[in-house]
Design a protein around this ligand. Sequence first.
Ligand SMILES: Cc1cc2nc3c(=O)[nH]c(=O)nc-3n(C[C@H](O)[C@H](O)[C@H](O)COP(=O)(O)OP(=O)(O)OC[C@H]3O[C@@H](n4cnc5c(N)ncnc54)[C@H](O)[C@@H]3O)c2cc1C
Ligand code: SF4
Length: 493
Amino acid sequence: MADPKGFLTTPKQLAERRPVADRVRDWNEVYVERSLLPIISKQAGRCMDCGIPFCHNGCPLGNLIPEWNDLAWRDDWKGASERLHATNNFPEFTGRLCPAPCESACVLGINQDPVTIKNVEVTIIDKAWDNGGVTPQAPDRLSGKTVAVIGSGPSGLAAAQQLTRAGHTVVVYERADRVGGLLRYGIPEFKMEKRHVNRRVEQMRAEGTRFRTGVEVGVDITGRQLRERFDAVVIAAGATTARDLNVPGRELHGIHQAMEYLPLANKVQEGDYVDSPISAAGKHVVVIGGGDTGADCVGTAHRQGAASVTQLEIMPRPGDDRPTGQPWPTMPMVFKVTSAHEEGGERIYSVNTTHFSGSAPEEGQAVGNVQQLHLVEVVFTEGRFEPVPGTERAIPAQLVTLAMGFTGTDVKNGLVEQLGVDLDARGNVARDSRFATNVDGVYVAGDAGRGQSLIVWAIAEGRSAAKAVDSYLSGRASTLPSPIRPTDRPLTV
Ligand SMILES: Cc1cc2nc3c(=O)[nH]c(=O)nc-3n(C[C@H](O)[C@H](O)[C@H](O)COP(=O)(O)OP(=O)(O)OC[C@H]3O[C@@H](n4cnc5c(N)ncnc54)[C@H](O)[C@@H]3O)c2cc1C
Ligand code: SF4
């Protein structure tokens, strides 16, 4: 056990963020460079090494949290990294980006602040990289079997790494020009610098995984060709079909899906553009949708020099404390202040957009530019949102981003038909309890099967699907670990 009295004597201390005035002037991560090992060790020492560690249960990966808390407290960072990697291929992603259901489930959280599990995790892995402790683990022998993985997000990368290490020859097909899925094009640089993705991909290449970027399966290579060339296929193509807002004025210039806006900002950081073709510079920006994708638009707009940023949410403002209906150890809906919200802007709750209005079209334009967003306050009654009469108003809006959630996988481009896989009622690829689709040898992992979710679930699904594929290819029970089943869901009430 870590410090037996740590939870009594050490108060919770979070990783420090850089001053707002500094960080909105660049795209680097918002955290202060981690030179605070003694503080993190003390924080790890708050862990009680519970008889029943609910943090395990909260984490889809089943991370061995009390074990690495203990090792971090003892300054055994190498041992801590080994325990961390026993359940998680990419702790540097989850340590930066996960909403940490483990912390919501931590036993200490019943009557005081939970252990800062995520901060400990990211410190362990960053130190391992710095010390040269993360090295390629190439397989001892090859199986002679081949696997195609479609998509290089966290689920595809996790599946590919597990299968490569098991001795199979794995090719990852990615339609984008770079590897990483939403880690690369979606999640902003200030939440995770892309150098973390790059060095993992280098590790995977050194282990033997092959990457083919700029290849869209279903268009550049058919599903049938994949089936002929490979012994098994894993669909890890994500779920980024975005929900739209069909109100009058939607066709005006300046109204974009979040996933049109955010990847362009990522591409500026990659050096593809000097300025983003869709920039918030000098504009009144409105982000529709109060979730994490919306927050990423807010932080991006701040850095591009927006004149103002307003985020709209149809739901009422969540409370500051756990609602009684969402008790420990569930992950509660509480009011969150992300780093982007700390940086400014306004949040308006319980409002709906009625329409947009804009300028007259300029010469050569079919439609004008958006100038105002018209909204109305709403109340939720009898299962629907009803407008409150007399609350209609307009706010300035020269750039609008839609971040209203996703409606399923976006591989309806021929891939689904060519492979012959069934979709479920929610528009995702249907699978059984072993991540297998209805087609022999074709498996699915991550958002493509689960629907838009979290990185931690994507990694857990990639690892579990890899186990099923390994069993399929070898004809015997795989020794790869399997953290979850497809039906596992977050701890909710
Ligand atoms: C803006 C945004 C911010 C987010 N922030 C967070 C966060 O902070 N923390 C968190 O936990 N989760 C976050 N999420 C959710 C998280 O990113 C996803 O749940 C996760 O990336 C899913 O991983 P995946 O591998 O299943 O799919 P993806 O990451 O979506 O990767 C799928 C890949 O498949 C490729 N592909 C699709 N079709 C084809 C094809 N036919 N041929 C070849 N390639 C194809 C796509 O180009 C893509 O690269 C965020 C999501 C969004 C949209
Ligand atoms: S639940 Fe919290 S205190 Fe208990 S073992 Fe897990 S991290 Fe430590």
